[in-house]
Design a protein around this ligand. Structure first.
Ligand code: NOJ
Length: 749
């Protein structure tokens, strides 16, 4: 017995010893490689042609730019000549294409990118509308849901967020960004990056963000899409670059450059922007993709003579991937062989792209995002629809509400009039992924019908959005006469704003304003809904009609959200993030302008020898930050922890906000600063902070803002970020024009 026991003990000890040695040696030989080491190990296997292939991106036959080349696409993938595809979506399609990539020599997985701009299957409000919510959590959530759906549908990458500051509503792409303000735009940029990338790329519910269009695309001359940008270094740094920087710092995986030139150098071939600023100063580790064909576009710019020169300039200036111009695939290998492009430059771009493929986990499982089960679940998730309705409500801006005409009473008989009342497609706006399938969209007619019932709802189209016929007016007038209230829904068709949709005339299109006048003449109370992708001009309507809701394009839940606001189930809280001009001739008009030596003083009757137009009121129609509510708010009791601060100090500014109305509501309180005297002329005010506060009727809350040196700084003429000592105005208000509380602060050395 004792011998048996001691034998067993010896065996156990021996086993433990062997096990220990074994696990030690395992630990040495299986030390996991870092991602960079894995990237290098793939790079070492690649031929020059395979490297160039990784930098090449093709579109599927669904083109989002001028026709793309379709020949040889599949063969090229098999031959290792393609690193990424855009415009392929769905598990079935992405899996099929990835299978082809798996037949290539090195089996490097493809990246699938798509313009998931405001939702995927569930369409959220257009970004400009969402920005009007000033609700960063909701904006992040909307991007989160878009990412959940897109990633469940086989996608790895969205070409969003678009963070271009836009001061010109003639530019069709204002719909795609956050509006005119740099601070707000930066906060929204961060929220969207966080939303898309979730807990990090590599999780199956995240997609890579692509921050675009780097840079200054929003300042295209005259709002003409694709046009040139001519701006001072200071404006570039102070107004246009910060949202890009904020997005880069938030960890955005990729950037897209842009079609425009900046001061004569196309962004796509711009070393200063791409290498010096983005990859240099900001230490961006992701990769840069060109915009559609923008490498080839440098030939039309007159910056390079041919496609080979274009490829040379693009890669050397820091553009990593070529979207659809074929300049890299056709020329890069030769450029390397001729010594014009260093192999190290190509390697650097390839490594950046491979690194993202590793981070996504595609080398471990190229079909990681290809689960039909997940796709089915997520694309029909009812929670997503709920969220879409919530943010759509928050995106609506109440521009006018004389005598509290709104909210409406469900018992009133409604005449719903207008060319957009029954439209579904137009609610989706530009960049809608599921076009032309609009089966999940709630039209305004449906939303209102659900509220008041069929018998209480009359309908007439009245006219088309954009033609000259008035033959429908009589029918519209007739139903208006039978109703207690008229809801007139007008605006733009979804194809009228967006890429390549700049317009010189941004008045309400067609005869829609004539229709409004004709209905107004019946004497019936009218509520106007304006559906659009940009600020429109509607002066007569703004002067005469008692109630106006700017509803933008609100996505799948448009009709429900609009009915929620019309009938008071949601108290509107949206505020404009872009100034509405009175006439096109007033553009560009934005709140944070410089003062001039002959400034216009608001309210002053004397306008001689004063800046502005003699034939136009000198203020905009609706200012930045403006939006009404069904309740009212009082601002009082401004306190500053000190009226003097040193550069290393922080002061607290507080005030009391009270809901003085009868219903609960949200207020976006806005905090502006003006640097009174500086070494460079400073804007009349700049948004530096904001909060969105929900208060019950009668409720009060103390709101605090912090001011530190950062908030007082600007780029001086050496492009140094400095805070100069002196006096700063502190302004708190409900819009950029409606300042409720004011004081001054001294920055002392
Ligand atoms: C061109 C647009 O400018 C860009 O924003 C978009 O992502 C690409 N086309 C791809 O569709």
């Amino acid at each position: 017995m004792t011998t048996k026991l001691s034998k067993a003990c010896v065996l156990i000890i021996l086993f433990c010893f062997i096990f220990q040695i074994h696990s030690k040696s395992n630990a040495n030989s299986f030390k996991p490689k870092s991602l960079n080491e894995r990237v290098d190990s793939v790079l070492n296997l690649m031929t020059l042609h395979e490297k160039v292939g990784q930098l090449n991106q093709y579109s599927s036959s669904w083109a989002t730019g001028p026709e793309s080349h379709q020949e040889n696409k599949f063969q090229d993938i098999k031959d290792g000549k393609v690193g990424s595809m855009l415009n392929v979506k769905g598990v079935e399609a992405t899996r099929a294409m990835q299978k082809i990539a798996m037949q290539s020599r090195l089996k490097i997985p493809l990246l699938f990118g798509f313009d998931v701009i405001h939702g995927y299957k569930i369409t959220f409000p257009i970004p400009l509308a969402e920005a009007s919510s000033w609700d960063l959590e909701e904006i992040e959530k909307s991007a989160r849901i878009a990412a959940i759906e897109a990633s469940a549908s086989g996608l790895h990458w969205t070409f969003a967020p678009m963070v271009d500051i836009a001061r010109d509503p003639r530019w069709g792409r204002v719909m795609e960004g956050a509006g005119e303000d740099t601070y707000l735009g930066s906060e929204i940029a961060k929220a969207r990056v966080k939303g898309f990338q979730g807990k990090g790329i590599g999780n199956t519910d995240a997609v890579m963000a692509c921050v675009k269009h780097f840079a200054a695309y929003g300042a295209a001359i005259g709002g003409r899409d694709y046009n040139s940008v001519d701006m001072s270094e200071r404006t570039l740094w102070e107004v246009y670059l910060p949202p890009f920087k904020a997005a880069a710092m938030a960890g955005a995986a990729t950037f897209m450059n842009s079609f425009n030139d900046v001061n004569g150098v196309p962004a796509t071939g711009n070393t200063y922007l791409q290498r010096d600023i983005l990859k240099g100063k900001w230490n961006f580790k992701g990769f840069i993709v060109s915009d559609w064909g923008s490498i080839g576009g440098m030939i039309s710019h007159g910056f390079v003579g041919n496609s080979k020169e274009a490829a040379n300039v693009a890669i050397n200036s820091g553009n990593d991937m070529d979207m659809e111009s074929r300049s890299y695939i056709e020329n890069l290998a030769a450029l390397v062989k001729e010594g014009k492009v260093a192999i190290g430059t190509v390697d650097e771009s390839v490594k950046r792209i491979l690194l993202k493929k590793f981070e996504l986990g595609l080398f471990d499982d190229p079909y990681k995002f290809c689960s039909e089960k997940r796709e089915n679940q997520e694309l029909t998730n009812p929670q997503h629809r709920k969220s879409a309705r919530q943010i759509a409500q928050k995106s609506i801006v109440l521009l006018k509400n004389d005598n509290d005409l709104l909210p409406l009473n469900k018992k009133q008989k409604v005449a719903l009039i207008g060319p957009l009342a029954k439209s579904k497609n137009d609610m989706l706006g530009s960049w809608n992924v599921y076009w032309p399938d609009n089966s999940d969209v709630v039209s305004q007619y449906e939303g209102i019908e659900q509220r008041v019932g069929k018998n209480n709802l009359l309908y007439a189209k009245g006219c088309e959005v954009n033609d000259s016929s008035k033959t429908g007016f009589d029918e519209a007038i007739a139903i208006a006469k039978q109703a207690d209230i008229v809801i007139l829904t007008v605006g733009e068709k979804s194809g009228m704003s967006g890429e390549a949709r700049s317009r010189s005339n941004i008045h309400l299109p067609g005869v829609q304003e004539d229709l409004i006048k004709a209905i107004y003449a019946t004497g019936k109370p009218i509520v106007i809904l304006i559906n659009a992708g940009r600020p429109l001009i509607f002066n007569w309507t703004a002067d005469h009609v008692p109630a106006i809701l700017y509803t933008w394009w609100l996505g799948s839940e448009a009709g429900n959200a609009i009915a929620d606001v019309l009938y008071g189930d949601y108290n509107p809280s949206g505020k404009l993030t872009i100034t509405f001009p009175r006439e096109e001739g007033q553009i560009p008009v934005y709140y944070n302008h410089l003062n001039t030596g002959r400034p216009y003083v608001r309210g002053s009757a004397d306008t001689t020898y004063i800046t502005g137009y003699n034939d136009l009121v000198r203020t905009p129609r609706f200012p930045f930050g403006f939006g009404l509510s069904y309740t009212s708010f009082n601002y009082s009791n401004l306190k500053m922890s000190s009226t003097k601060m040193k550069p290393n100090e922080m002061i607290d500014i507080s005030f009391t906000l009270t809901n003085t109305g009868k219903v609960k509501g949200e207020e976006v309180v806005q905090f502006y600063i003006r640097d009174e005297v500086a070494s460079l002329v400073r804007p009349v005010k700049e948004l530096k902070d904001f909060q969105k506060i929900m208060l019950l009727s009668g409720e009060s809350r103390d709101i605090h803002f912090k001011v530190d040196k950062e908030k007082l700084s600007f780029y001086n003429n050496k492009i140094d970020w400095v805070a100069e000592s002196g006096t700063f105005q502190i302004m708190i208000g409900s819009s950029s024009e409606n300042i409720e509380l004011k004081d001054t602060l001294q920055l002392v050395d």
